[in-house]
Write a protein that binds this ligand. Structure first.
Ligand code: NAG
Ligand code: NAG
Ligand code: NAG
Length: 313
């Protein structure tokens, strides 16, 4: 019994240790934090890399205090529940950028603790989170017309609510493919993609949101973007995912009479020209030789063979 208990304690220690939250740049994110008591007077969210007294957010008696808020968080942070009901002191951080990828700590002061603001920062955090921000990466895919192609895209998390594939030249709300809550939504799909696109894995297992594009032609050439909405991120607009893409793919559709073909046809042309020149040169040489021969023959047998030489030429 004793070892079992010890294991449980270790597990819960590990669980409260460090939570990693991953989000795409441009998204909003909730950093969860839960206090034990319900009578909370003040909440402080900080980052160890900020110089005190700077903080991310400080709320006391139901009011946000902007006095020492680090400027980068101005108008970008909120508490999920200002009333802090049931001890929920989670933070909403909007429009995340790579500069937000740091460690976040949350601390609370309860009614009975009588501690002042200064003492908050000295207390142990009740929650520590590491925020990871993923930036889009850009790749190039080359394909021959008539082929099927897979445009690979991997979401960082596995709890995906919606997937959107777009091409940059399409006008919103048109898209290549939109998948939400288990269904492909054809409402604003650009007609050229009808019956030609599929997700490689409809179950989106392990965050694979790659796209299959069938029977590619030159009209498919362009820059494709892959976006996902995860269960943790909030979507501002319905239908369209307005966060940054997680991957950008330049799809190059080879010209049917592509560079290689053109090269080989010019080789044929050069070989042809060279052959033509050779034939001309050969003809000239033969002509000169014949002329000489005829001349020689003429000088040796002035009249006799003239007729046969003429018929020979
Ligand atoms: C999000 O932040 C970026 C800078 O990181 C800014 O350029 C952009 O305008 C912001 N978007 C919104 C909707 O506030
Ligand atoms: C592929 O697309 C071309 C037009 O780009 C069409 O003529 C052809 O029938 C399509 N092939 C298949 C197998 O769908
Ligand atoms: C194909 O798209 C790329 C950009 O993704 C562009 O540079 C290229 O010129 C396009 N080719 C054709 C044949 O349209």
């Amino acid at each position: 019994m004793a070892p079992f208990l010890l294991l449980l304690i270790l597990l819960s220690e590990a669980a409260s240790d460090l939570i990693v939250v991953t989000v795409h740049s441009g998204d909003d994110v909730i950093l969860p934090c839960q206090a034990d008591g319900s009578s909370i007077r003040a909440v402080e969210w900080t980052r160890p890399d900020l110089k005190p007294p700077e903080y991310v957010l400080f709320s006391i008696d139901g009011h946000l205090d902007p006095t020492h808020q680090h400027p980068s968080f101005k108008d970008r942070v909120e508490l999920v529940d200002r009333d802090l009901k049931d001890g929920d002191v989670s933070l909403i951080l909007m429009n995340v950028s790579r500069h937000d990828a740091e460690t976040y700590e949350c601390r609370v002061v309860t009614d009975d603790s009588r501690r002042k603001k200064r003492a908050i920062s000295d207390s142990e955090p009740i929650g520590t989170l590491r925020l990871q921000v993923t930036e889009p990466d850009e790749i190039e895919v080359t394909v021959d017309p008539g082929d099927d192609v897979i445009l690979p895209c991997q979401a960082p998390g596995s709890s995906i609510r919606a997937v959107e594939w777009t091409r940059r030249d399409l006008k919103t709300p048109e898209y290549v493919l939109f998948y939400s809550d288990g269904y492909l939504d054809p409402t604003h799909q650009h007609p050229s993609f009808k019956d030609r696109v599929e997700l490689v894995d409809r179950d989106l297992k392990d965050g694979d949101v790659s796209l299959t594009l069938k029977n590619v032609s030159s009209i498919d050439n362009g820059t494709y973007e892959c976006r996902v909405a995860s269960a943790g991120s909030r979507r501002r607009k319905k239908g369209i995912i307005d966060s940054e893409p997680i991957r950008i793919i330049r799809l190059q559709v080879r010209d049917p009479a592509g560079p290689e073909d053109r090269n080989s046809s010019s080789v044929v042309l050069i070989v042809g020209l060279a052959a033509g020149v050779l034939v001309l040169v050969a003809a000239a040489v033969v002509g000169v030789l014949m002329y000489r021969r005829r001349k020689n023959m003429r000088s040796r047998q002035p009249a006799a063979d003239e007729a046969s030489a003429d018929t020979l030429v």
